[in-house]
Design a protein around this ligand. Structure first.
Ligand code: E4P
Length: 217
């Protein structure tokens, strides 16, 4: 399973990248706004900076909701860097746009996936990635992991090439469950990635080793 970081915060991207385990980055308009990035030029410059920092796919989301607008935006985003993946919402014109991007060799990430039916449609249109929003499903008292498992089974049975990019991750256990469920990629906040490091027995064990090592000198 690949690890993407789900943020537009450059310090957090650097910290995750420095671990040596980062395969890419996802952003969305809310994450960009959170960093105070305003205006198309600033947003595009921010994508360029992220692409220079991380050697992997960087999802950049269109904000148009009509076919022509998405195509124009997607072409412009693509021109920023070869690693840009155009992120398109799961709506009718979004599916048409994904098909157009696929036919023109442009990679896509179909976002805001909440059902297996949506994941099938995105795969039929040739999306490179689908992004099921695990945490937001859990927030409605349904089990987001079950959707990941269902999509993984369908894609395997139908031999779809679209990769499952589990999104809206809320904690480290989500990452482990996504790996079990067959997600190809997990895009995570930095805290959830760092949470994978932690175990009290590791801390206790290391403290004892270091204490005992004092007798060596
Ligand atoms: C990433 O592609 C998604 O936009 C993101 O994971 C959504 O996360 P949220 O539900 O925490 O906003």
């Amino acid at each position: 399973m690949k690890f993407f970081i789900d943020t537009a915060n450059l310090a957090q991207i650097k910290e995750a990248n420095d671990l040596g385990i980062l395969d890419g980055v996802t952003t969305n308009p809310s994450l960009m706004a959170k960093e105070g990035i305003k205006g198309t030029e600033a947003v595009n410059q921010h994508y360029k900076t992220i692409c220079k920092m991380v050697d992997g796919d960087v999802s950049a989301e269109v904000i148009s909701t009509d076919f022509n607008g998405m195509i124009e935006e997607g072409k412009s985003l693509m021109s920023i860097h070869k690693n840009i993946v155009v992120k398109v919402p799961m709506i009718k014109d979004g599916i048409k746009a994904i098909k157009w991007f696929t036919d023109n060799g442009i990679r896509t990430n179909c976002t805001l996936i909440f059902s297996a039916g949506q994941a099938i449609l995105a795969a039929k249109a040739g999306a490179t990635y689908v992004s099921p929003f695990l945490g937001r499903i859990d927030d409605t008292c349904l089990d987001g992991i079950k959707l990941i498992e269902q999509i993984a089974q369908i894609y395997s049975t139908q031999n779809f090439k679209t990769q499952i990019l589990a999104a809206s991750i809320r904690n480290s256990l989500h990452i482990v469950r996504c790996a079990e469920a067959g997600a190809n990629v997990c895009t995570c906040p930095l805290d959830s990635i760092l949470g994978l490091l932690r175990h009290p027995l590791t801390d206790i064990g290391l403290a004892k080793f270091l204490e005992d090592a004092k007798s060596f000198s």
